[in-house]
Design a protein around this ligand. Structure first.
Ligand code: 5GP
Ligand code: ZN
Length: 113
């Protein structure tokens, strides 16, 4: 298994886990860009948004329910937060396993650089 996030899900690489169910796994980013920086990932290996299809799209709506729940738990639901999915090189994706960044706890600038 050469995917970093698949190895984190398998417990081969330690992580600061904040949520897990049969489909999804969430853990704190090792290099946080905001006071809250959590990654929500499908347990099934999906490379990027480009690989979302009718067979796995249900995972995406489930991921948003988890993202919302985590935002509430982190106390950032009211102040605000950002959900980011980087895709491929120009999008800044560095790990080839679909992941949703949950960022909050400070004012975030827009547009991104
Ligand atoms: P991307 O740049 O692909 O959108 O996001 C990948 C994220 O994974 C980055 O924010 C990076 O800090 C995080 N990351 C990379 N390696 C690890 C790791 O081993 N553990 C954790 N918790 N996060 C990681
Ligand atoms: Zn993977």
């Amino acid at each position: 298994m050469d995917c970093l996030f698949c190895r984190i899900i398998a417990g081969e690489i330690p992580s600061d886990k904040v949520y897990e169910d049969e489909d999804l796994f969430a853990f704190r980013d090792i290099d946080p860009k905001a006071p809250t920086h959590i990654l929500v990932i499908p347990k099934k290996h999906i490379q990027s948004v480009n690989e979302i299809d009718q067979n796995n799209v249900n995972l995406i709506s489930k991921a948003y329910l988890v993202l919302k729940k985590l935002a509430l738990e982190e106390g950032i639901a009211e102040s605000g937060y950002r959900i980011v999915v980087n895709t491929n090189e120009d999008g800044g994706q560095s790990v080839g396993h679909l992941h949703f960044h949950l960022l909050g706890g400070r004012s975030l600038s827009w547009p991104p650089g």
